[in-house]
Design a protein around this ligand. Structure first.
Ligand code: FMN
Length: 308
């Protein structure tokens, strides 16, 4: 039996459930020789704002606890350059492309949604969960009512583009937040973003990052991400896109068992830009060996250790 790995996110059909996460795949074809963008279900580019942003002071990334702590600060080229420079080469290769949207105010998100609605972008991912911004970012994602308002405004302006809302890891009630943004009109949710973190050198008594605090990603956050995906997927009928520390096909399968329809690969791409292709091949083999015909057959099948 040849498994069918296609998945559906609203009106969007992805040829497989693997998506390059925002911030690790560059702005176009930088990694295409290692991982052709059209071989994945989709690629999501670095967060974009209305105008270019400079980002945080250096250093911006440091290894810690078996993962990575970063505080890039969403340096980006702005939406105009994104549409004219970053997007065309990807669309010419028939890649499915998501735009990760970031703003300082609710209106920034709505304005960006309106601009992107007229573009060849395939879907939007609203980043309301970045821990490295003084204003905006995580503050929208920590308040379910504000997250719902931001989502409703952006969905209204996004026309027929699917809108994914990217949620933070540390909130009081992830199920409530998931429900609120889906009720506000989001097509799907993605989770988790990086986990707020701090790396200190005790000899110099200095923080490792220019921004002092940052966000932890990679293998150490996987168990936390799996729990949040599991709780969110139980709370909503809409598709859930899981991420956080996925480095192998078995990691990806864990997220699908927890309830994810698709998964994103982040830090693993920084460690090895070809890793999504390995994960894709191994995932196909896993489905074949386990006689699983499709992603929906595996999705949300988690049982307790003592259940029959
Ligand atoms: C260097 C770096 C830059 C990132 N930039 C963004 C970004 O622009 N927008 C966003 O939503 N997430 C961004 N993220 C978060 C990732 O997309 C992902 O949510 C997080 O790293 C957890 O997944 P992982 O453990 O597979 O890396 C970034 C992560 C890293 C490591």
């Amino acid at each position: 039996m040849r498994p069918n790995l296609t998945v559906q996110i609203g009106s969007l059909t992805l040829k497989n459930p693997l998506i390059a996460a925002s911030g690790v795949y560059g702005y176009g074809l930088e990694l295409a020789d290692f991982c052709p963008p059209e071989s994945l279900g989709a690629v999501i580019l670095k967060g974009i704002s209305l105008t270019p942003w400079p980002g945080n002071p250096l250093p911006r990334a440091v290894e810690a606890a078996g993962g990575l702590v970063n505080a890039i600060g969403l340096e980006n080229m702005g939406v105009k350059a994104f549409l004219t420079k970053a997007l065309p080469p990807l669309k010419a290769r028939k890649a499915v492309v998501g735009a990760n949207v970031i703003g300082r105010t609710l209106d920034d998100y709505a304005q960006l949604a309106q601009i992107l609605a007229q573009s060849p972008v395939d879907f939007l991912e609203l980043n309301i969960s970045c821990p490295n911004l003084a204003q905006g970012g995580l503050s929208f994602g920590s308040d379910p009512d504000q997250a719902a308002r931001l989502t409703a405004d952006a969905v209204k302006k996004a026309g027929d583009k699917p809108v994914v809302v990217k949620l933070p890891p540390l909130v009081t009630d992830i199920a409530l937040l998931a429900q609120k943004v889906i009720d506000a009109g989001a097509t799907a949710i993605s989770l988790i973003n990086t986990v707020p973190a701090l790396v200190i050198n005790p000899r110099t008594r200095r923080a490792a990052l220019g921004n002092v605090t940052g966000g932890l990603s990679g293998p150490p956050i996987k168990p936390l991400a799996l729990r949040q995906v599991y709780l969110a997927a139980k709370a909503v009928k809409a598709p859930v896109i899981g991420l956080g520390g996925i480095f192998s096909a078995l990691d990806a399968a864990e997220f699908i068992v927890a309830g994810a329809t698709a998964v994103q690969i982040g830090t693993a791409i920084l460690a090895d830009p070809g890793s999504p292709l390995t994960i894709l091949k191994d995932l196909f083999d896993f489905f074949s060996q386990e006689n699983i015909p499709s992603v929906p057959s595996l999705r949300g099948t988690l049982k307790g250790p003592n259940e029959p």
